[in-house]
Ligand binder design. Structure first.
Ligand code: AMP
Length: 450
């Protein structure tokens, strides 16, 4: 199939030609007519398959020029980085179309965004929280939304955005087309579809869990963190081969720890993103990596979901993710848009079960490699790897934190005082032993007589 087979128009053909795309990707070919038909659509596709264009091409094809201020297309994505990326993709496609696209996300000045909204727009790309705030402030009117796209729905639900999505659904016009894309079909995603979609058409180009065929996958058994660092160092010395490397770790702390090590080993070649870093820092890191200023990017799973960075030579799974789906998302960052990619997985003894789960999901083994002889095996262990000292069972000894806490209905200490009213009177009474009130003439008289 070629782009000529899709019912596009000249401005879109020209933009596609400028981008140098030759043929539609499978999800683009499959989604075009279904989305153009106006029906609700659920697409299962991993990032890197060209899914952003898959939903945007038919939308842009049928979005008529308008001067009205309220947006007609709403695209919801889970992270701020994705807002930036999706806006940039839409802008590329809209090179010869006169439309107004705006990206909004939390963590930045809402007033600047309010001003931008007030200028009028056609397409808004947003994270759910900020979108809702803008809608509640009434600056953003959603009454003209005709198409709602929710991208990376599975991550959105993993991040706990379900409630926010419900709130947004409530304020959207009921007559609209819903389009949803998810990399995996989880139970939560399925529930959302059943509750809010009307007979959606399902399109899917890869069964969830199928690795992209053009990714070469290898793995190493590595005993601990510091040996992993040594192996990583050994691999990364080959700068021609390892030219753009995305390194995944599970936790923020580990990301910082590894970043510090890499800074020592390869100064000024790496950057890091995780949710504790500021928005500017994160965007800068991604940009530096994208532009090739920095060769190495250390990232946590959530931060890197959906990120599209061209030409990632290798994805290194510095740890073995507990959830096999995360492995699928990680390796999807390389071998994008039909280029060959490489993925390398490091697993300690404790991580072997997780590795087996990944292989079971993919229904294929990952090729094992043996570490080169000059990779030093470290004996040093990080805090998390040291054996936990367990106390022997001693029923007579009750530890402080074993004592049961108060029942949930018991009041906290500061709330236990009863409100007796007249606190001033009680204070005075305490001081003078007997009630003493200014107006109690009888009391005063009685006391005088004595
Ligand atoms: P996505 O899955 O939407 O994140 O897209 C992955 C990458 O593929 C993006 O960098 C797109 O610019 C690129 N891309 C999208 N469609 C095509 C196509 N038909 N041919 C080549 N590259 C594409």
């Amino acid at each position: 199939m070629t782009f000529q087979d899709l019912n596009l128009n000249t401005p879109l053909y020209n933009a596609i030609e400028d981008l140098g795309f030759e043929t539609p990707t499978p999800i683009q070919a499959e989604a075009f007519n279904v989305i153009a038909s106006g029906k609700d659509v659920v697409g299962i596709a991993q990032t890197g398959t060209g899914k952003t264009f898959a939903y945007m091409l038919p939308i842009l094809r049928h979005l008529k020029f308008s001067k009205q201020e309220n947006p007609r297309v709403l695209v919801l994505v889970p992270t701020r980085e994705l807002v930036v990326q999706v806006v940039s993709e839409i802008e590329k496609m809209s090179k010869y179309i006169n439309n107004r696209v705006l990206g909004v996300y939390g963590g930045t000045n809402i007033n600047t965004q309010k001003q931008a909204v007030a200028q009028g727009l056609d397409i808004i790309v947003a994270t759910p929280g900020r979108l809702y705030d803008l809608a509640v402030s009434r600056v953003l009117q959603l009454k003209s939304i005709q198409k709602l796209v929710i991208d990376e729905v599975d991550v959105m639900l993993d991040l706990g955005f379900r409630h926010q999505l419900m709130n947004i659904f409530d304020i959207l016009p009921p007559r609209r087309q819903n389009i949803m894309f998810s990399a995996t079909m989880t139970k939560d995603v399925d529930e959302l579809i059943t509750d809010f979609f009307i007979n959606p058409m399902k399109i899917s180009i890869a069964v969830s869990g199928t690795p992209l065929e053009n990714i070469k996958q290898e793995r190493y058994d590595v005993p601990n963190f510091y040996t992993k660092v040594n192996l990583l160092e050994h691999l990364l010395h080959d700068k021609d081969e390892f030219s753009k490397v995305l390194i995944f770790v599970a936790f923020k702390k580990m990301a910082d720890r590894l970043f510090d090590k890499l800074e020592e080993l390869f100064p000024n070649e790496s950057c890091v993103i995780h949710s504790n870093k500021t928005q500017n820092y994160r965007l800068r890191s991604i940009e530096q990596f994208r532009e090739g200023e920095h060769r190495l990017l250390v990232a946590t799973d959530v931060m890197a979901r959906g990120l599209d960075i061209e030409g990632v030579s290798h994805v290194i799974n510095f740890d073995t993710p507990d959830y096999p789906e995360n492995y699928m998302h990680r390796i999807g960052r390389t071998g994008r848009a039909e280029k060959e990619g490489h993925s390398i997985l490091f697993s300690t003894g404790a991580e072997q079960e997780a590795r087996e789960r990944i292989e079971a999901l993919m229904q294929m083994p990952i090729t094992i490699q043996v570490m080169a002889d000059d990779v030093e095996i470290s004996k040093e262990l990080i805090e998390e790897e040291r054996p936990q000292i367990k106390e022997h069972y001693n029923p007579t000894k009750q530890r402080e934190d074993d004592v049961p806490g108060p029942a949930f209905h018991e009041k906290k200490e500061k709330n236990q005082k009863e409100n007796l009213g007249g606190s001033y009177r009680r204070e005075i009474a305490k001081k003078y032993k007997k009630p003493k009130t200014r107006g109690d003439k009888n009391y005063n008289r009685r006391n005088k007589k004595k």
